[in-house]
Design a binder for this molecule. Structure first.
Ligand SMILES: [Ca+2]
Length: 403
């Protein structure tokens, strides 16, 4: 009698370690429903203008070695796939290429070009003040865009952005601000004017109690399509959980345009700015067939002080930076190193405390594994531990091939 093979899944190894943190906060999506928020005082001189840290490194040569610099990407090294690998996460790499289209001050040969939608997402070590300087150009026939470039504080950093529109983050879990062009409801031609689109625990809801990003607007000339700009955005955390002395600011071509003070970004000093999202997102319903949705980025420098535009020429002619790697990919830099293992089971000696399944050959590297039917597997009272910041559960699974 031929026995029909049952579909089952092998739980090949199980280990549990105490790590990191519990809790989730949801990352925003921009929406036209955002609240208009009164701008803070403009350009009061406590933030610099013009040349900044970049002036110490003509043509940005060696800027990645400055102790204030936490991430550099000039798009001169590697393929899109290799760039994505060192950033940590990419969306729609097929929409990206690396053309020889550079801004006038560029010390390199190529930039990152994104059509329609795509992102690169990366992490730095956690800081209390982050400046993000980048060069950007929109297609001469661009339309309005949605998501753009975000600076994010994430208490539980994940390799990829987490979704969740219309949510207010908890004060000890996260905040984010997007520097992006917007058309003020069609008042300004595409792509619009720069502003901040911001989520934090004291953000204001709209009339329906939805928490869309709050707008921070500042007077300026409209962004010209087809022209390279040097844009810099800064977020400075409040100094203590109670203080309302947080700030954000943005510069265009070295000129301070928007400066907003009095923000209580966080309720815990443990929450740091640690995530950078280079995103180009055009909502399908907003895309117009007569428009061309393409953008170019270059010369990204993230630092804990004002960077400013590229100054001068590199001594060695065209230069290539040593590109940075996501802090999330460096154990111990952003996430705590692995903690103590409180329980593990590799099924070499039987089912152990697991109630369902049978031990079979075919585990990792010729070891044994627990195979269990579609109803699943159960384990009860295998271990008990006091959860500090978090518990991580790690296991390997493989599906049985249907025959
Ligand atoms: Ca470049």
């Amino acid at each position: 009698m031929r026995r029909e093979p049952s579909r089952r899944t092998a739980l090949v190894a199980c280990g549990v370690a105490v790590l990191g943190l519990l809790g989730v906060w949801l990352l925003p999506h921009p929406s036209a429903n955002g609240q208009e928020r009164a701008a803070g005082p403009q350009g009061q001189g406590s933030v610099p203008e013009g040349a900044g840290l970049a002036a110490k490194y003509p043509g940005d040569e060696g800027i990645e070695r400055d102790p204030q610099v936490v991430f550099v990407e000039d798009f001169e090294t590697g393929s899109v796939q290799e760039i994505a690998a060192r950033w940590g996460d990419v969306l729609h790499p097929a929409n990206m290429d690396l053309p020889e289209d550079i801004h006038a001050s560029s010390p390199g040969r190529r930039s990152l070009h994104i059509s329609k939608n795509g992102h690169l997402y990366t992490h730095t070590k956690g800081v209390d003040r982050l400046h993000a300087r980048f060069y950007v150009k929109f297609h001469p026939r661009t339309g309005y865009v949605g998501h753009f470039v975000n600076l994010i504080a994430d208490r539980v950093p994940t390799p990829w952005p987490r979704g969740g529109a219309g949510k207010k983050p908890a004060g000890d879990q996260g905040f984010s601000t997007g520097i992006e062009p917007w058309g003020k409801g069609g008042e300004v031609p595409p792509p619009g004017v720069w502003h901040f689109y911001t989520y934090w625990h004291e953000m204001k809801p709209d009339g329906w109690r939805h928490f869309w990003g709050n707008h921070f607007d500042a007077p300026q000339d409209p962004v010209q399509p087809g022209r390279w700009y040097c844009v810099e955005a800064m977020v400075k955390c409040n100094s203590t959980p109670e203080a309302t002395d947080g700030e954000q600011a943005f510069w265009v071509d070295g000129k301070l345009i928007g400066y907003f003070k009095g923000i209580r970004w966080r309720t815990s000093d443990k929450l740091k700015i640690n995530t950078f999202w280079l995103s180009y997102y055009v909502p399908e319903q907003a895309a117009k067939p007569d428009r061309v949705y393409e953008v170019w980025f270059d010369d990204v420098v993230l630092a804990t002080e004002y960077v400013g535009p590229v100054q001068g020429k590199p001594k060695g002619g065209k230069r290539v930076a040593t590109p940075s790697k996501s802090a999330l990919l460096t154990p111990g830099l952003l996430l705590p190193p692995p903690g103590k293992v409180v329980f593990s089971e590799s099924f070499e000696g039987g089912r152990g405390k697991f109630d369902v399944g049978e031990v079979v050959e075919g585990g990792v590297n010729g070891s044994r594994a627990l195979a269990f039917p579609p109803q699943g597997v159960a384990v009860w009272k295998a271990f008990s531990t006091t959860v500090q910041d978090s518990t991580t559960i790690r296991f390997k699974l493989k599906g049985d091939r249907p025959t």
